[in-house]
Write a protein that binds this ligand. Structure first.
Ligand code: CTP
Length: 319
């Protein structure tokens, strides 16, 4: 309705403002950036007061037994039964235990990656984190192919794999997962009701095909802890996006974090259209009331951290 249009317009305007204000520094993303190691350590220490990514990145087998009933994190009135298959796939210990890396890439899904030629650079990092099972092979030159950690919201099954309605959808999914070898597959299964049937399907396919992926399911407290950290830093984010969650977790494991594919704006700095996702035709949902995310605010924050040397944002070409 009209209300929504108004809201959309004001959000577009405020994104424009963010781009304009950040513009001069965004142009500088590739020149003169230097890591600020003491700031990196300080941020890691502060985040550790809210969460320990080693532990909160996943629940473990001993957290539950099959048949346990849990409340959804963002929908406390609804419940989920821990099935046998889900329990079989819970890791014995955190898949990130004692893992440390010099440099990491967190790859968001913005269309800004198209024509970036960032593939080689992304793959050169010691640990590469990707979101929502985004396809890579067809886009290798721009996004690379290395995936050590990949997230999958349950909604991806519907969105990218036809809800597993026919055999070819399921085959495509199994093929995608088999390419991951033994990387971590991170499934936020306890957030909101809705995807539980899909998660069950995913679990069944992994077990049936003996896929090597290391499944992980974020702890029940992760999202509240992440929100708490950003809130105390005056960044009021109701529901952090997957990309911001990944950056927050990565501060525990990575000395240098490089972000690619973060650009929640429909135009680039020269006014050229930018797709929401580099690989599909999804629209900019957060311009409507429907989206729980505040990606432009998140971007502004990440840009600030870039300018201070806490992380490196790449929004242009990698050459
Ligand atoms: N992203 C971005 N700009 C875009 C699209 C995505 O900065 N135009 C970042 C966001 O941090 C986002 C991440 O890339 O969380 C992964 O993108 P996507 O798979 O689209 O995540 P969403 O489904 O939009 O967010 P969520 O999974 O949290 O619902």
């Amino acid at each position: 309705g009209d209300g929504e249009l108004c809201l959309s317009r004001s959000l577009v305007n405020s994104s424009d403002k963010i781009i304009r204000k950040a513009g001069s520094s965004i142009f500088q993303h590739n020149v003169g950036w230097k890591i600020n190691s003491s700031l990196v350590l300080e941020i890691r220490k502060n985040i550790l007061r809210f969460l320990d990514a080693e532990r909160d990145v996943s629940v473990v087998k001993s957290s539950f037994k099959p048949g346990d009933v849990i409340h959804y994190v963002l929908d406390r009135r609804r419940t989920l039964n821990i099935s046998h298959n889900l329990h079989r796939l819970l890791p014995e210990v955190s898949p990130m235990k004692n893992r440390r890396f010099k440099t990491c890439a967190v790859v968001g899904n913005s269309g800004i990656l198209l024509d970036s030629e960032c593939g080689k650079e992304i793959d050169s990092h010691n640990f590469v984190i990707r979101c929502n099972l985004a396809p890579v092979v067809e886009f290798a030159a721009d996004v690379g192919t290395k995936s050590d950690f990949i997230t999958m919201n349950p909604s991806v099954v519907q969105r990218a794999f036809g809800g597993f309605r026919n055999e070819s959808d399921r085959e495509k999914f199994v093929h995608r997962l088999s390419m991951l070898n033994d990387s971590v597959l991170w499934i936020p299964a306890f957030m909101v009701k809705g995807g539980e049937k899909h998660v069950e399907w995913v679990n069944t396919l992994i077990l049936k095909n003996r896929l090597q992926v290391r499944t992980a399911y974020p702890s029940l407290r992760l999202i509240h802890a992440v929100r708490g950290y950003w809130l105390t830093n005056k960044v009021p984010i109701k529901r952090p996006s997957t990309g911001l969650l990944m950056y927050t977790l990565a501060t525990r494991f990575c000395d240098e974090i490089h972000l690619y594919g973060f650009w929640p704006f429909p135009k680039d700095l020269s006014g050229k259209a930018v797709k929401y996702h580099y690989y599909d035709d999804l629209k900019y949902r957060y311009f409507s009331n429907a989206s729980p995310h505040r990606m432009p605010l998140e971007f502004k924050t990440l840009n600030l951290l870039h300018n201070r040397g806490a992380l490196k944002l790449t929004t242009g070409k990698c050459v």
